[in-house]
Design a protein around this ligand. Structure first.
Ligand code: 13P
Length: 341
């Protein structure tokens, strides 16, 4: 465990005005995204699309690191055939890797999931470090519904996150701990708050029990929001207040930073929420983005698999990255959206 490297990586991940691009969609998720714009989900197309994202000029101004999927970590740029991790690193963008093996039904807990992937993880982390990955991600999923999340689901996932984090640190890889409380459902923001607080409390208790160093761990949190189908939707200020209140009550101040997922929020809502939080005085940690959909949606829609659309798609991606870079500093204003491609 190289503490200096871990500190350096974690600080760079949450450097001021920068955040993470989550481009670690599994091939299944990628298929869904590509299908929505009529692109066939082949390995070649996935490579071309990731190449489009990574080679966008100037993204390193706002993007500190990229979370990659195993396949992408082993692929190369289209022109130049340079391995993606090396290309990113030369650009000043840290390569990261999703290491969990996805969510599976939790036994005897209908409607709930547990994330798998601990078996053999120590060896995989060693390989990933050799391929250039300096941080990792593990996503746990917590669902809100009738009688859930259950104690069993929260604790099974917290335990896995803690074991994953300890293994990462041992390999000098910064763990991103992602317990995502899903947006799906008609629950109120109050229920989302309760589920998020219970989840984060359990996660940090488990990290402590497994001797995980808080100083070398980044939290990827979901925001405290109203369920997608809740008739009463909390506004931007309320979301920011409840999210920060929840984090302050559960997340150790020793953490180098907190990043957020977008979770199916609209692009502009994800940006506005982050901005409102970053404006708050006296935050114990830097807050920034680690978005997949909220950074990529407009880009994917412009691209549609056509090489003639690459420049427009890159402009769309650059614009969203810039808006979120500003939001991470509390400097975003909706009027800036007009400068879009
Ligand atoms: P979204 O921003 O699309 O929620 O994705 C972030 C992520 O990495 C989920 O694991």
């Amino acid at each position: 465990m190289d503490r200096n490297l871990l500190s350096k990586t974690a600080a760079a991940m949450v450097a001021r005005g920068k955040g993470l691009l989550a481009a670690d969609e599994s091939s299944g998720t990628c298929e869904k995204r590509f299908k929505s714009v009529g692109v066939e989900c082949t390995e070649a197309n996935r490579r071309v699309y990731r190449d489009l994202l990574f080679t966008t000029k100037g993204i390193e101004e706002f993007v500190s690191g990229v979370i990659l999927f195993d396949e992408t970590l082993r692929q190369s740029t289209v022109s130049g055939n340079e391995p993606f991790p090396r290309y990113l690193e030369k650009k000043g963008v840290i390569p990261g890797i999703k290491v969990d093996k996805g969510t599976h039904d939790l036994a005897r807990s209908p409607g709930e999931k547990v994330t798998e992937g601990l078996d053999g993880l120590r060896g995989r982390l060693e390989d990933y470090f050799g391929l250039g990955a300096r941080f990792a991600k593990w996503r746990a999923v917590i669902t809100i519904g009738a009688g859930i999340p259950s104690h069993a689901c929260i604790y099974a996932n917290a335990h896995a996150l803690a074991r994953y984090s300890a293994l990462c640190q041992e390999a000098s890889i910064v763990p991103i701990v992602e317990p995502e409380v899903l947006l799906d459902g008609d629950h109120t923001i109050e229920r989302c708050y309760e589920a998020t607080e219970a989840t984060l409390s359990a996660v940090f208790a488990a990290l402590r029990a497994h001797n995980v160093s808080f100083e070398h761990t980044v939290l990827k949190a979901s925001m405290v929001v109203s369920g997608k189908d809740c008739p009463k939707q909390a506004g931007v200020e309320r979301v920011a207040e409840e999210t920060v209140r929840c984090l302050k009550r559960t997340v150790p101040a020793a953490l180098p930073g907190v990043v957020f997922l977008s979770g199916g929020q609209s692009d502009e809502a994800a940006t506005a929420h982050l901005n409102e939080m970053a404006r708050m005085p006296g935050l114990p940690w830097p807050l920034t983005f680690s978005y997949s959909r909220a950074l990529q949606n407009p880009c994917l829609k412009s691209w549609r698999g056509q090489s003639g659309n690459v420049a427009a798609a890159q402009r769309a991606f650059y614009h969203r990255a810039r808006m979120n870079g500003l939001a991470a500093q509390g400097k975003y204003r909706p009027e800036l959206e007009k400068q879009a491609a």
